[in-house]
Design a protein around this ligand. Structure first.
Ligand SMILES: Cc1cc2nc3c(=O)[nH]c(=O)nc-3n(C[C@H](O)[C@H](O)[C@H](O)COP(=O)(O)O)c2cc1C
Length: 171
């Protein structure tokens, strides 16, 4: 039964949501794909481990992102976990440095693993994945990847995004 003075539910606004999300520190990644000889990629923090046995992870990609359709068509992507000294690559792949989209891969050194997606050398980890499921959710698609290959660089420190800026982890 409704009580007369129960407040009506209030939906969070996009600004409420963004204000809350600024509080959620996250590791910074670049998700890449190659199809028909064209490489694409974007900076992303909305990524998550799903399971180790067998290895699966997920990435959330806005349907307006240039790489979205290519990941769908290629059925593959590489998740590159950035090191703190790779901030320029994070800015480049988030369209923050004024460069053209076709110039994204002109910084960094890139290797192709088994899916054909570009893997960033010097990243803390590269997860080479095939897409096993896609879930549409609001403006984004959740791509679930089965991990075919992993390459790690244990020496570096992670690049973090927090309160709207790139930073690192204090010792
Ligand atoms: C720190 C940071 C994290 C981001 N995380 C995501 C993300 O998880 N998913 C996403 O679709 N876009 C994310 N973006 C936005 C894309 O990187 C950005 O819109 C990019 O320019 C999209 O690629 P495009 O320019 O080729 O369309 C993020 C941007 C920044 C700066």
């Amino acid at each position: 039964m409704l009580v007369a003075d129960t407040p009506a539910p209030v939906l969070a606004t996009p600004d409420d949501f963004k204000r809350g999300m600024r509080q959620l520190a996250a590791g910074v990644n670049v998700i890449t794909v190659a199809i028909d000889g064209v490489r694409e990629g974007l900076t992303a923090t909305a990524v998550c481990s799903i399971s180790a046995e067998p290895p699966h992870l997920l990435v959330c990609i806005n349907s307006t992102a240039g790489a979205h359709g290519s990941i769908h068509r290629a059925g593959a992507f590489c998740l590159n976990v950035l090191a703190q000294d790779q901030e320029a690559i994070a800015r480049r792949f988030a369209n923050m440095d004024g460069s053209e989209r076709q110039d994204r891969f002109s910084i960094g050194s890139w290797t192709t693993l088994s899916t054909g997606a570009p893997a960033l050398d010097g990243a803390l980890a590269n997860f080479d994945c095939i897409v096993v499921r896609e879930i549409e959710a609001a403006t984004h698609t959740v791509f679930i990847g089965r991990v075919l290959g992993v390459r790690t660089n244990e020496a570096g420190a992670p690049l973090i995004y927090s309160h709207g800026r790139f930073t690192g982890i204090a010792d």
